[in-house]
Design a protein around this ligand. Structure first.
Ligand SMILES: [Zn+2]
Length: 528
């Protein structure tokens, strides 16, 4: 598998700092990108994220704080970037829509689309508040068509603007969604998109007159206008990689994996495909849609003020706990619940008990019984005939253990490819359970009391070390810091880390390091 792939998050609108809901998207895309790098090689994966920095709303927020929009977005964009870096989001590109190279790319796409005849000038009619200097939809207004900010009537005004021929491409986009069941996934969102595309969508106003809004990318064919913020932001998926590689977008579009939230399904299922087709481009490979994260029973969103700060979790627990919790707890595509109580429950049960204790137990035994040395090849415990051998019940557990760990990499791989991150972690934890059951059934800590069993103990411990290696390697996309810590304790290099069970840790001088605690138990909920 050496075909390249391009992975993107949405381009985050940076009028407020990121919340755990936006972190969820960045982390899901990161897990996916990291898995793809393992499969395809690093050079065959590009992973892009960034901040969307233009538009009316952002300018208003900046001016309300008494700063220029650019100074405001410089600050906010850095907050996003730092948050993602702290959580080990392994992006190759962090695009800002105010980057000159991005703006130039947007202008190229506008020129192309204009020359192809898919942009036209016409009157736009809408309900406008002079105080706010913006149009409102009827839904946004108070009763009696009053501005919600100023509590006074809005005016019906007419303004010349540029439009993109959206309706022209509707049938082509609908047919593509219908013919390609995986284009928009999971299926519930594909069905929603098909419904949106079954009715006329009209054309899309893609400009704003500078007299009203100057915070945007200037139209290359009319200096009195800037581009509508959405039109501008979409191209961030391809602008930065195109600087050194002008063919990037054309080549990578069919191999692009967009990760987005369900609130922007319409823009990605209706607008973005038409914008691409109007620019003479092809459609992206997949649009992967996730649900909302609820916090205390309500949707986490900037506007509701109901947010949890991902950086605070990183500061308290390190990067991996939030990563693990969100990927394990939330089923991709469905809404999920976020709470500190649940996070601490999972921390104690899954991380401290199942994973942390197993690692510490196995390494302690190797340190104490074998002086930290690997003295057997993995996979021989059931074949050892030393007079003692494994009793039937223990041999049964050993077989279950082997079956679980040998089949695990393929199983996890298929689940991640299908966006079932939660299922992949569940499968890994089931294998950890088999390893714990193997220890309970064979009792190496009792066997070791009789020196005639030493070969058997060495064989069992070799199995367990090898199992930890395979598991640590599979956990890398989900918990990169923890994976690295376990592999360091096991004293294996990157190349050995990725081998299949039985081909990694071998006897003949290999020594492991004594255990260090991974996840100390939390007795009390942390204070907020
Ligand atoms: Zn107003």
């Amino acid at each position: 598998m050496t075909e390249p792939i391009h992975v993107t998050t949405a381009i985050f609108y940076c009028n407020a700092p990121p919340h755990v809901g936006s972190a969820y998207e960045a982390l899901a895309a990161d897990v996916f990108a990291r898995y793809q790098r393992r499969k395809r090689g690093k050079s065959n994966v590009t992973f892009l994220t960034g901040t969307d920095e233009h538009g009316e709303k952002l300018k208003r927020v900046a001016l309300a704080q008494g700063i220029e929009p650019k100074a405001f977005t410089d600050r906010m964009s850095a907050v996003f970037r730092k948050a993602w870096e702290g959580l080990n989001v392994s992006f190759d590109y962090f695009v800002r829509t105010t980057d000159p190279a991005h703006e130039k790319f947007v202008q190229e796409m506008l020129t192309r689309t204009h020359q192809r005849g898919d942009i036209y000038f016409a009157d736009y009619q809408g309900l406008y508040c002079v105080g706010c200097e913006r149009f409102y939809t009827e839904k946004e207004l108070l009763q009696g068509n009053l501005c919600p900010e100023h509590n006074r009537p809005v005016e019906l005004i007419t303004e010349g603007n540029y439009f993109l021929r959206l309706e022209k491409y509707r049938e082509q986009v609908r047919a593509h969604v219908a013919r390609n069941p995986q284009f928009i996934r999971p299926e519930r969102y594909r069905n929603e998109a098909l419904k949106m595309l079954a009715e006329p969508v009209g054309d899309l106003c893609i400009s704003r007159p500078k007299s009203r809004l100057d915070w945007g990318v200037e139209l290359p064919f009319d200096a009195n206008y800037v581009a509508y913020v959405w039109y501008d932001a979409f191209w961030a998926y391809f602008s930065a990689p195109s600087i050194d590689d002008p063919g990037f977008a054309a080549r990578m579009l069919p191999r692009t994996e967009h990760f987005i939230g369900k609130d922007i399904l319409k823009t990605h299922a209706v607008y973005w495909p038409a914008i691409l087709l109007a620019a003479g481009m092809t459609l992206p490979g997949h649009i992967n849609v996730h649900g909302y994260l609820n916090f205390g029973g309500a949707r986490m969103s900037k506007s509701s003020g109901n947010v949890a700060d991902p950086v605070s979790y990183e500061k308290v627990f390190g990067p991996d706990v939030l990563r693990y919790f969100l990927m394990r707890e939330v089923v991709f595509g469905l809404d999920g619940d976020f709470s500190d109580e649940r996070l601490i429950q999972r921390y104690n049960a899954d991380l401290a008990n199942d994973l942390g204790n197993l690692v510490s137990r196995v390494l302690s035994m190797v340190t104490r019984y074998c002086a930290g040395e690997v003295r057997a090849s993995p996979g021989v415990a059931t074949r050892i005939d030393l007079g003692y051998g494994l009793p039937a019940a223990a041999a049964e557990k050993a077989k279950e253990f082997y079956d679980a760990i040998i089949g695990l990499p393929k199983h996890v791989d298929a689940l991640v490819d299908g966006l079932d991150f939660s299922g992949a972690l569940l499968a890994i934890w089931q294998a950890l359970g088999k390893a714990n059951a193997y220890i309970v059934a064979t009792e190496p800590f009792n066997l070791v009391k009789d020196s005639k069993n030493s070969k058997l103990v060495e064989a069992i411990l070799a199995d367990l070390l090898e199992m930890l290696r395979v598991t640590a390697s599979l956990l890398e996309p989900f918990m990169p810091a923890t994976s690295a810590k376990i592999l360091t304790m096991l004293n294996v290099d990157a190349q050995t880390a990725g081998k299949s069970f039985g081909g990694g840790i071998q006897p003949g001088g290999h020594k492991v390091n004594p255990p260090v605690a991974l996840f100390p138990r939390i007795e009390k909920p942390r204070s907020a």
